[in-house]
Write a protein that binds this ligand. Structure first.
Ligand SMILES: Nc1ncnc2c1ncn2[C@@H]1O[C@H](COP(=O)(O)OP(=O)(O)OP(=O)(O)O)[C@@H](O)[C@H]1O
Ligand SMILES: [Mg+2]
Length: 156
């Protein structure tokens, strides 16, 4: 499969949130998304927009210490992971990662690099980097499920 990628420049937090919300309109119920990018690149901001796009009204806090934060809205389950503070990939087993991943749920993972060896490949990989005052975003489809979503996203 040829990897499809999509690039966009997001000038501020509002655009990052908007991107997350737009992406949320194309996701299927079972999906794994990796969010890569250095500290403060806007990963949690994107997730906040994504959750709001699905109708979440409350806060979105960074699950830095809990590793995972669950959300449930309009029949969709979303698990937001932040693995930054994880010292060993084996900790993923202790939190029961395979159960989260086998559920009919959308799993979004910040700092997937910390879980190398204990995580499957994602459907979609999103990479964020500084560009001027804003951020560059690259979204790559890794699986055919991811490719389908990327194509629909580009189509609309
Ligand atoms: N497109 C953007 N352009 C400029 N600033 C942005 C953009 N998106 C988000 N930010 C800002 O970047 C800062 C960090 O955002 P956020 O907490 O989402 O980063 P993060 O990648 O989750 O960081 P961490 O790795 O620490 O979890 C916030 O102040 C946010 O407003
Ligand atoms: Mg974060």
């Amino acid at each position: 499969m040829t990897t499809k990628t999509f690039n966009i420049f997001l000038k501020d937090e509002t655009q990052m949130t908007h991107f997350g919300a737009q992406l949320s309109q194309h996701v299927s119920s079972k999906l794994l998304i990796y969010l890569q990018g250095d500290l403060g690149m806007g990963k949690t901001t994107l997730v906040r927009g994504f959750l709001q796009g699905l109708g979440h009204k409350g806060r979105v806090k960074s699950p830095t210490y809990t590793l995972v934060e669950p959300y449930e809205m309009s029949g969709k389950s979303v698990y937001h992971f932040d693995l930054y503070r994880m010292a060993h990939p084996e900790e993923l087993e202790m939190i029961g990662i395979s159960e989260y991943l086998s559920e009919n749920a959308i799993c979004i993972i910040e700092w997937p690099e910390k879980g190398v060896g204990a995580l499957p490949e994602p459907d979609l990989l999103i990479e964020l980097a500084v560009q001027g005052q804003g951020r560059s975003l690259e979204m790559s489809a890794i699986t055919s499920a991811g490719q389908k979503i990327l194509e629909q996203f580009l189509h609309d």
